[in-house]
Design a binder for this molecule. Sequence first.
Ligand code: GTP
Ligand code: MG
Length: 254
Amino acid sequence: MASYKALVKDVIKKADILLEVIDARFPDETRNSEVEREIIRLNKPFIIVINKSDLVSREKLEKTKARLSRIAPVIFVSSKDRSGTTMLRHQILESASMKGKDILVGTLGYPNVGKSSVINGVTGRHRASTSPVSGHTKGVQHVDAGSRIMFIDTPGVIPFDEKDEYLQGLLGIKDVTHLKDHVGAALKIIEKVLAENRTGLESFYNITIENETSYDVLELIGKECNFLQRKGEVDETRTATRIINDWQNGLLLV
Ligand SMILES: Nc1nc2c(ncn2[C@@H]2O[C@H](COP(=O)(O)OP(=O)(O)OP(=O)(O)O)[C@@H](O)[C@H]2O)c(=O)[nH]1
Ligand SMILES: [Mg+2]
């Protein structure tokens, strides 16, 4: 996607203030230093919006916030639960410090992090179209949020290393029908949840994990779900598909 840089630059140039929307589960992977540098270069205020905060523990959120607050004001939001959106509106008005004038707010971030959902959260209405399938927002769109705030919604255009299919699975950029290696993607999800919320994984799938590898855990889940083949061994693709869907639907917390 050759024109993405031009689009992002153009939005940064036009906007009075930028929101960098990141996924609470992957704050580092979904930040983009190139975008941040360009914002800083043009001397525009920006806010880091940690979205999907309903999917991580409060403790983790606070840690991420403390770390990122050195860079810019940080607000955590759950567009799903409608939390943090009033705070974000206030922060936009404060950071923009444009008394009485209309404020153009550019919204940037990776595909599927919830840019359009954050805009809807702040406007209080479903004005920006959203979808579980990434690449949903096509082209730049303006969304009037009332009380002087106008958003620019953008497509998730920050490019990924296309080769990193696992990361695309984790971030929900590719859904299960577009992933080639289901088992590989599911193992990455298991590794992430094992490391960050092992008991949550155990209780969600009703399994007990001792010292198993991520592959063993996949097998345990397959057995518990009764996803077996004729000879009785676990149907690993079916199990992997279930895990990817559970993760991408926000059922597994970290
Ligand atoms: N659990 C949870 N899911 C969310 C939240 N915000 C958005 N989502 C979900 O994440 C998916 C993507 O949301 P969008 O708002 O379309 O994301 P986007 O960044 O605009 O995506 P593109 O336009 O495709 O780049 C949808 O399935 C939303 O329901 C949130 O705060 N919590
Ligand atoms: Mg969108």
